[in-house]
Ligand binder design. Structure first.
Ligand code: HEM
Length: 527
């Protein structure tokens, strides 16, 4: 290489590095947006209709709230709602309005009008953006996505198939999930006590049991890089949704998604669904029927990782954490699940521990713990698209093409709804007829959504998490390495989940309980 070429290539490289630096791009974007916002604020101004929910303006027109959301994430709505105390309010934003609903009593009416205030429309639009679907698939997916017209709708048909498959395949999926976790945990060496991070340990095991139950023996998430990829994908999902220079401004999320897509392309090409759950077979069937390519089906599935794994893992973690970190609760739970355990002998004379989880959801305290976990650690928001000018409860006008958000943490920490102990973790809160808490109005518990948008994975996730708790309390003693249980705090920065993950590792020592040192553990989930 001569010196002039070297000089040119050095110059080119440094200029492109300079121009493409995410910091510089962000600064240029922010400066332009501020200038535009100030201009628009001065010259156009937002014009609220008298019936719209109260407008909350920001010092910086149009982008002030965007910056607020960027800075505070989901806590931004808490800050505003504590300051203004409206049941519902409007944030004028660049490109439209955002309505924020904080009153639990409004959730059920919103859910009833699921065609005018549509989750499905957003689900389709988000899948297109997040998965970076081809234009052809985007067109198919967005056609009648809200299901407002008679005729084909991939989103609605796909959802019906999903619900049917989850109902019909529930027992079988649960059996596969618990078999996986049993075999993982059977391998654990705990003769002398094993020190580990409870969060990392459960993250891996719950991901494997849940994804294994959905995808079957050739589950792409067996590759740990894919789970890591899904985490980055979900953490940077906001930037990927914006879709501007995603590989530069959300490099980890972008790379994570592409890794998952590659894994799923291999899985589908090799006929993976044939050996998987009814759910993946149904989904594969409806997408191919609608003419979606293999590449885009893989992109769909990368986005579906959010629904399947991103909420299930922290829900399982917090459930186990709360049970083990409260000695009285642990003793009560052990007593309640003990009758599910049957001890016999294997052919070689070792103990065989069988936990029958078929009726586990009939133990009210276990279900209450799981629901309280979803209430107490709530994050994220239910989002709805306003499909037409719509007046809710004869009172609040929502303008067409705006977005409506129901922040879960607001709804779950509403004092009048949940009673004086709203700020406490009350494991017994959701048990009917207990006096410890008030009965919340319909729709106030957002853990699994409600109405037509009720989570189709609810029964499966509940069964596998309760089974996991049962096995862990019957089999292990878990103690904090530091001597006392330190609360790891809530990380609510990820806007794509409905539950926070812990904000710090939770170092624990796991030991087999006395009398449980030997033997194999199995579950019975099917009749
Ligand atoms: C503890 C675990 C889970 C939690 C907390 C959870 C939570 C939720 C919530 C809150 C919604 C409603 C969203 C809204 O109304 O805006 C939802 C919807 C959904 N969930 Fe789950 N979910 C969990 C597990 C699962 C699993 C395991 C699957 C699949 C196997 C799944 C699949 C879905 C799907 C497909 C929807 C969309 C429903 C629709 O379009 O109407 N979820 N989930």
């Amino acid at each position: 290489m001569n010196s002039s070429t070297a000089f040119v290539s050095f110059e080119t490289k440094s200029i492109s590095q300079y121009v493409l630096s995410p910091t510089i791009i962000s600064l240029v974007l922010i400066t332009c947006t501020i200038a535009l916002a100030v201009y628009l604020g001065q010259n156009l101004g937002a014009r609220p209709h008298v019936n719209e929910p109260p407008f909350i303006s920001s010092k910086l027109p149009y982008i002030g709230h965007t910056i607020g959301i960027w800075k505070h994430k989901m806590s931004y709505y808490t800050i505003l709602s504590a300051k203004y105390r409206h049941d519902v309010f409007t944030l004028p934003m660049f490109g439209g309005r955002l309505y924020i609903v904080t009153a639990p009593s409004l959730v059920a009416p919103i859910q009833r009008h699921y065609k005018a205030l549509s989750f499905w429309f957003l689900e389709g639009a988000f899948t297109v953006k997040l998965g970076a679907l081809s234009n052809q698939s985007a067109k198919i997916l967005l056609e009648n996505a809200a299901g407002r017209e008679i005729g084909n709708s991939l989103v609605v048909d796909g959802m019906k198939e999903t619900h049917a498959a989850m109902a019909a395949g529930l027992e079988q999926m649960t059996q596969v999930a618990v078999d996986i976790v049993a075999s993982q945990i059977n391998g654990i060496k705990t003769e002398v006590g094993e020190k580990l991070d409870l969060w990392a340990w459960l993250e891996r095991n719950v991901a494997l049991m849940t994804s294994g139950a959905v995808y079957g023996p050739t589950n792409p998430y067996l590759d740990p890089e894919l789970l890591q990829g899904l985490k980055s994908f979900s953490e940077e999902s906001t930037m990927l949704l914006i879709g501007f220079l995603p590989s530069v401004l959300a490099p980890k999320g972008y790379a994570g998604r592409e890794k998952i897509v590659k894994g799923f392309k291999k899985y589908f090409a090799a006929g993976g669904p044939k050996h998987g759950s009814q759910l993946i077979r149904a989904r594969f069937h409806s997408l191919t029927e609608y003419g979606i390519s293999l590449e885009d089906i893989s992109r769909f599935e990368a986005v579906n990782g959010f629904g399947i794994l991103i909420n299930t893992i922290p829900t399982a973690f917090w459930s186990v954490y709360h049970v083990f970190s409260d000695a009285n609760l642990l003793a009560t739970v052990r007593e309640l699940v003990q009758p599910l355990l049957n001890i016999t002998k294997t052919d070689n004379g070792d103990p065989l521990f069988t936990i029958d989880i078929r009726q586990i959801k009939e133990i009210p305290l276990l279900v209450s713990i799981l629901h309280e976990v979803l209430r107490y650690h709530a994050s994220g928001a239910a989002a709805r698209m306003v499909m037409e000018d719509f007046t809710l409860e004869g009172k609040y006008l929502f303008k067409k093409d705006s977005m409506l958000l129901i922040p879960n943490r607001e709804i779950h920490s509403h004092g009048e709804t949940w009673g004086e102990n709203v700020g406490d973790f009350d494991a017994f809160r959701f048990i009917k007829n207990t006096t410890s808490s008030k009965k919340p109005p319909s729709g106030a518990f957002r853990g699994f959504g409600s109405g037509v948008n009720l989570c189709p994975g609810k029964n499966f996730a509940t069964a596998e998490i309760l089974a996991l708790i049962a096995m862990m309390v019957l089999r292990f003693d878990i103690t904090p390495v530091l001597g006392t249980w330190a609360y790891p705090g809530d990380n609510n920065k990820n806007m794509s989940t409905v539950i926070c993950s812990p904000d710090a590792p939770v170092p624990v020592e796991v030991r087999l309980r006395q009398g449980r040192e030997l033997g194999t553990w199995v579950f019975k989930a099917t009749s």
